[in-house]
Ligand binder design. Structure first.
Ligand SMILES: [Cu+2]
Length: 345
């Protein structure tokens, strides 16, 4: 059983890699679907053999980096550098008031060139917008469920339990979440409607950054959400990414300056696999788990792991110019899409 599964995942490995870099046609996935449908009537080995034949056809094109910037690819870059500070105003008591609007709806997203995922997305993107504010701000999040399924938004942090997102909002329904942002740190949000793993895996999640009142040191900042996609609904992921698109930062390295402070807000929203990880080549970084304790001593390392829903802040200085690889240290995840480069100039 275990052997069969690993064969199956290796097949997808090739699909993911080819899809990211070369000319995998949608017909490959069309055929895959028909294979899935007929799987019950066939011996599993026959299914794998059939997939292999098609994959070898696809692999003939080789690993040619794509110059085409697809929608999902652009979304991954958007997720990396865009923070949503909301519509900002000041209340009579001097408190900063931030208003956000978040929708949930069925959204087909591109997760690699030629591979589409029938997702559920907040504001049309997987991961959803990175909500950002400062500790003590009053947040009002207007949630509209535009999908055919009940959903909610469950924020991590300290807030009243009636704002906790446990109540499912029916299709077409709305809910206003309102609470004070605390504690400062690196948090996240996700749908909290059962079956939970399915609702989260479909794409309903994002990062939630509460800056401490005493600002962190100035830095070049990036947002990263680690995730996985189960394409054949067997409870195992076939594609892994950072910010939703396989190998996005392999196609184009993330540019930084040697000597500057780089800060990464990293979370793990992978379902079905218990942990995910981040490994940096040729350098070390400081890791602040959750980042909520200003007195906490960071972990100085080159590899950290996060359980599902865990998150933290990485602070990196690239000492000299060069191309620094980063990836999940689960080799399989790396080869299935979770791999990239920083280029320090
Ligand atoms: Cu949901």
């Amino acid at each position: 059983m275990a052997k069969e599964k690993s064969v199956s995942r290796r097949n997808f490995l090739k699909i993911g890699a080819v899809g990211a870099f070369a000319t995998l046609s949608s017909t490959l996935f069309g055929s895959l679907t028909s294979f899935q449908k007929s799987a019950n009537a066939m011996d599993k080995h026959q299914v794998h053999a059939g997939l292999n034949t098609q994959l070898h056809e696809g692999m003939k094109h080789g690993f040619v980096p794509s110059s085409e910037q697809t929608v999902g690819y652009k979304a991954a870059w958007d997720a990396l550098t865009n923070f949503d500070y909301g519509k900002v105003s000041t209340l009579p008591n001097g408190q900063t008031f931030r208003e956000y609007e978040i929708t949930a709806r069925e959204t087909e997203v591109e997760i690699s060139k030629g591979i589409k995922f029938p997702g559920w997305a907040y504001n049309g993107r997987i991961p959803g917008p990175t909500i950002r504010c400062t500790e003590g701000d009053l947040l009002r999040v207007k949630f509209k469920n535009l999908s055919a399924h009940p959903h909610s938004i469950h924020f991590h942090g300290i807030h009243p339990t009636n704002m906790d997102g446990l109540e499912a909002i029916a299709p077409g329904g709305e809910f206003v979440y309102e609470f004070e942002a605390k504690p400062g740190g690196m948090h996240l949000y996700h749908c909290h409607v059962a079956p939970l793993a399915r609702h989260i895996h479909k794409g309903l999640y994002g990062n939630f950054i509460i800056d401490p009142k005493k600002p962190r040191a100035a830095a070049r900042e990036f947002n990263m959400v680690m995730n996985g996609y189960d394409l054949d609904l067997d409870g195992e992921n076939e594609v892994y990414t950072v910010n939703g698109y396989a190998f996005a930062y392999m196609q184009e390295a993330i540019k930084v300056k040697a000597g500057e402070l780089v800060r990464i807000y990293l979370s793990n929203l992978t379902e079905f696999d218990l942990i995910n990880s981040f490994h940096l080549h040729a350098n070390f970084f400081n890791y602040f788990a959750t980042g909520a304790d200003p007195e906490a001593r960071p972990n100085y390392t080159d590899t950290i792991m996060q359980c599902q829903g865990e998150r933290g802040i990485l602070e990196i200085v690239f000492p000299v110019p060069g191309k620094y690889m980063f990836h999940a240290h689960q080799s399989e995840f790396a080869e299935l899409g979770w791999m990239g480069f920083f280029v320090a100039e």
